[in-house]
Design a protein around this ligand. Structure first.
Ligand SMILES: Nc1nc2c(ncn2[C@@H]2O[C@H](COP(=O)(O)OP(=O)(O)OP(=O)(O)O)[C@@H](O)[C@H]2O)c(=O)[nH]1
Ligand SMILES: [Mg+2]
Length: 245
């Protein structure tokens, strides 16, 4: 049996970003573009439901058994960064049940601009913004915008309707990311879907031959937990979950 190193197991690819920016749709698009070529699995995270998993199953882009939900029961970032146990168990179970898988996509519950995956859970991560959030968002930075492996500026088909200049938004994002990858994507534009598909295949190739090194985009913004434990400087963002670490 091959050693269980990164190079011998699936590429675990996280998809994070604010609520409603199109994470589930992007995963459906990736599955549609690649399901015949590579072996895929999907883990979704919702706070109280399995709605995203049900949406993806009903999209008919992947065997429904390969799409599983983790109900986090707390702030989404907790389950993808502070205590990844439930997600890691779900990913490993999926990998064991469908061995071998090439890529497992992990969708974070929609969170704020600073939520990122721990490199203990994923090998690479996408951060998804949409043009409806406004052209300025990309400039505002934060760990996901600044240092995720790929920043997706999503729903570019509606840019004219929300008064956003996509080229400018991509240029701002590229500057904020010091040249890291940025893609303008719409699920309604095949040229952008092809670019996204090529990006995933390139990271998979780099992962498989050991060239890809997982990066930690960095912790989320300092915040205070409900028990009063401070992480960085205090900031009005109380949580109901147990303290991390
Ligand atoms: N016009 C347009 N709408 C899109 C696109 N992608 C997604 N949407 C729409 O955006 C809405 C939210 O999409 P989801 O994929 O559910 O977003 P999400 O980020 O998974 O949402 P949460 O999981 O709730 O945070 C839906 O109404 C989608 O149909 C796109 O490329 N263009
Ligand atoms: Mg979703």
């Amino acid at each position: 049996m091959p050693e269980n190193t990164a190079a011998h197991r699936s590429l675990r690819l996280g998809v994070a970003g604010p609520v409603g920016t199109g994470k589930s749709s992007l995963i459906a698009t990736i599955c549609r573009a690649l399901a015949e070529e590579i072996r895929l699995g999907v883990i979704t995270n919702d706070i109280y439901t399995d709605e995203d998993a049900r949406f993806l199953r009903s999209a008919g882009v992947l065997d429904p058994a390969r799409i599983r939900a983790v109900e986090t029961g707390a702030c989404p970032h907790t389950a993808i960064r502070d205590d990844v146990t439930a997600n890691l168990a779900a990913v490993e179970q999926l990998e064991a049940d469908f061995d071998p898988l090439d890529v497992v996509l992990v969708e974070s519950g929609g969170d704020n601009l600073t939520a990122t995956f721990s490199p203990a859970l994923v090998d690479a991560q996408l951060f998804v913004l949409d043009v409806a959030g406004g052209g300025d968002v990309a400039r505002k930075g934060g760990p996901g915008i600044g240092r995720a492996d790929l920043l997706v500026v999503n729903k570019v088909d509606i840019a004219p309707h929300v008064g956003v200049d996509v080229e400018q938004m991509v240029a701002d994002a590229t500057a904020a990311r010091e040249g890291r990858d940025v893609l303008a994507v719409s699920r309604h534009r095949e040229d952008t879907v092809s670019e996204l598909r090529a990006w995933v295949l390139a990271v998979l190739a780099a992962h498989t031959d050991g060239r890809h090194v997982p990066q930690d985009p960095g912790p989320m913004a300092p915040h205070v937990h409900a028990d009063g434990e401070e992480h960085g400087h205090p900031h009005a963002h109380p949580h109901e979950h147990a303290p991390s670490r």
